[in-house]
Every structure is written in C-alpha cells, then in structure tokens.
Design a binder for this molecule. Structure first.
Ligand SMILES: Nc1nc2c(ncn2[C@@H]2O[C@H](COP(=O)(O)OP(=O)(O)O)[C@@H](O)[C@H]2O)c(=O)[nH]1
Ligand SMILES: [Mg+2]
Length: 357
C-alpha cells in the first residue's frame, strides 16, 4: 500500500513525513519530480501481544510505503503543478497535508489559514493533471477512430469522454460511478483524482487547541474527505527527547494520540483497509488488506502462490484468541473455523492458509 503526501509548499509535508518514517528515507530525483521515499511502520498493540505469546524469530508490523513530493507553491500554474504530481501517480492513495500554523507560506508571504480553500486548491490541481491525461488520450483515440484503425475501441472513447466531462465540471473521478469494465480501461492512466484522498491539518500549539472547530468546518464543507489533525513539528521535537520526558511534553501540548495513530485510523477509513495477522514460531506479522476481500485474496497479499493454490483458511478472531490464551485452547472450544473461498476477511482475523501447489 503506497501513500503519496501532497500539499502546498511549506504545509509541513516533509516534517510529517520525517516524523512518521522516523527519519529513515531516501531522496529520489527524476526530471522535475523530486521526492522522498520511505516506509511508515504501523504500530499495533495486538502484534505486540501476539509476539509475547508466540515469541517468534521475527515480528513484522504492517507498513505503508510513502512518498513525500516537493511542495507546490500556491501561485504555481496548474500545468506546472501537474508535473510535480507525477511523483505520486503510482501511489494507491493521497494524503493532503494542510498548513494550520502561523508563519509564512511557500512564497514567503504571511500564511493565510484556510484548510477548506487549501484542499480545494489541491483538488483542482489533481483534476487539472487528470484532465491533461484524459484529453491527450482521447485525442489519440479519436485519431484512431478517424483512420478506422483496428486499435480503436468505442468503449475506451466512451469512458474517456465520461471522465473528461466530470473533470471539466470540477468533479474528482473518485466521485464518478465507474464500473469494473470501465475501470479496467482507465486503470493504466492512474488518475490522481480517482485515488482515495484524506486531509491532515498540521497545527502549531495554538491551532491544535482549536483543531476540532477546524475539523468541524472542514467536514461540513468537504464531507467526503476524511480529516484529522496532528502537530508534526512539536511531535518531531518531542521524539528527540528521552523516553521518560516524552509523555510529559505530549500531555503539556494536549496531544492525546501520536500523529501516527491519527494518520493510520484516517487512512484506513479513507482507503477501506483492515489488518489481518499470521502467527507462528518463525514470524508474527500484520498485513494490510483492502476490503472487501475474500480469504484467497488475503492469501494473495501474502504470496501469489497461496492464492493460486488456496484450499481453505483456518480463522480465529484476535479477541477470541486472546481470551483463550493459545491456539490449542481455542481449538478445543471450536473457535478456530475452517473457511472457504467465499469467506470475507475481517479486521483482526488471525489466518492460517492451507494451500497446495
Ligand atoms: N510553527 C510550525 N511550523 C511548522 C510546522 N510544521 C512545519 N513547520 C515549518 O514550516 C516549514 C516548512 O515545513 P516542511 O515540512 O519543509 O514543509 P513542506 O514544504 O510541506 O515539505 C519549516 O520551516 C517547518 O519547520 C508546525 O506544525 N508548526
Ligand atoms: Mg517538503
């Protein structure tokens, strides 16, 4: 699962990215697109508990691969912004980081704090970048049609016209009804406005105190965009302190939950993700899964061979497992079920895939 951090210049993308990746990332430069790439490990207390029980050789948390693009100055023309956004084309989902702190904006001018306006600005950039892609391809398709070329596909023309019309009306493609057949035809374009989008309001201390008011306004004006607030810079500074001092400073700043927890909860909701677990003496591991997903699809998240050769899955809910305190006890109580190909995996399921290749 890959997330792209986008936002106006100076909104604090890199600050949040560095906080979440704990400073472990690499810089990539390709043409105009310059970005950072790193892994964000998703802490999960359930994995800690399972690890205590199985005492495995290896404990692996779920993670997001993240990309932090270079900031886009608010006054930058949208066709230039489109080039910067190329860095996040291959991602699965977008995180809009929005400035909610006083100071300066990306052009050295005093910042105007307006999360709704900033999000709309970013959405317009996504829409414009997609419009360029859709129009270019549509022109090619129409050219093929005019020449009666065999490569011409009427279905492709139809879906491209549908996308273009929506984009021209300022509607992001994630709000357009697109069926599976249509989706197959346009998937290759990796439209930005089709990706799930969430917003992170990046606050200083003063704005953090009133974040809920900003979130309420945001939800009212932009009800389809999941939103959360963090205080990335403050938390990054706290991260550098000794462990025993951290809690005190977090409390002093009124930070109830670390940014990572807010980002996980909001992105899971925006993308429709759950976690499932695999356990054993070798490894205890958490996996992200896009819902709805069947047991064979979950198996495929582990390895394509497990999906191809899927027979059945042994399933137990994490809570049931913990209540019984072990697999043997859970089995005698009949809490470990054998599920087939149609089973829809739930958050917290512990899976053991039976397969044959
Ligand atoms: N006061 C304050 N400044 C911040 C905060 N987050 C980032 N900054 C500052 O804003 C500037 C731009 O941050 P950066 O993360 O590089 O923004 P980017 O352009 O979006 O990557 C830097 O000087 C940061 O120290 C914050 O929460 N509060
Ligand atoms: Mg940056």
């Amino acid at each position: 699962m890959q997330l792209g951090f986008i936002g106006l210049k100076y909104s604090g993308k890199s600050t949040l990215f560095e906080l979440l990746t704990q400073g472990k990332y690499e810089s990539v430069k390709t043409g105009l697109a310059e970005y950072h790439r790193g892994q964000v490990i998703l802490p999960d207390e359930r994995i800690n508990r399972l690890s205590e029980i199985f005492n495995p050789k290896k404990t692996t948390f779920a993670y997001f691969d993240c990309i932090d693009v270079m900031g886009i100055p608010a006054s930058m023309r949208t066709d230039q912004a489109a080039k910067y956004l190329e860095a996040v084309r291959q991602t699965d989902s977008l995180v809009a980081v929005i400035q909610l702190f006083d100071g300066y904006n990306g052009e050295g001018l005093p910042a105007t704090i307006d999360p709704v306006a900033d999000l709309r600005h970013l959405e317009e950039d996504l829409i414009f970048a997609d419009l360029l892609v859709a129009e270019t391809r549509l022109n090619k398709v129409l050219h093929l049609k005019a020449r009666s070329a065999p490569q011409y596909e009427a279905h492709e023309e139809d879906i491209l016209v549908k996308c273009k019309n929506a984009l021209e009306d300022n509607i992001p493609l994630r709000e357009v009804e697109i069926n599976d057949i249509e989706d197959k035809l346009i998937r290759g374009f990796q439209f930005l406005s089709q990706k799930p989008l969430m917003a992170v309001l990046n606050c200083d201390e003063a704005h953090y105190a009133t974040r809920l008011e900003y979130e309420a306004t945001f939800k009212e004006k932009l009800p389809k965009i999941p939103v959360t607030s963090v205080s990335a810079l403050a938390e990054k500074e706290i991260q550098e302190l000794d462990a025993d001092e951290r809690a005190m400073f977090m409390e002093e700043l009124g930070i109830d939950e670390p940014a990572i927890n807010h980002v996980i909860a909001t992105s899971y909701a925006a993308i429709g993700l759950i976690s499932f677990f695999t356990v054993g003496e070798d490894e205890v591991r958490a996996w992200n899964l896009h819902t709805p997903a069947t047991a064979p699809e979950a198996a495929g998240a582990i390895h394509s061979d497990l999906q191809k050769g899927f027979i059945r899955a042994e399933v137990i809910a994490y809570d049931d497992f913990m209540r019984e305190g072990g697999m043997a006890q859970a089995k005698t109580k009949g809490l470990v079920r054998l599920e087939g190909k149609e089973y829809l995996v739930k958050d917290g399921d512990i899976l053991n895939i039976r397969f044959n290749i």
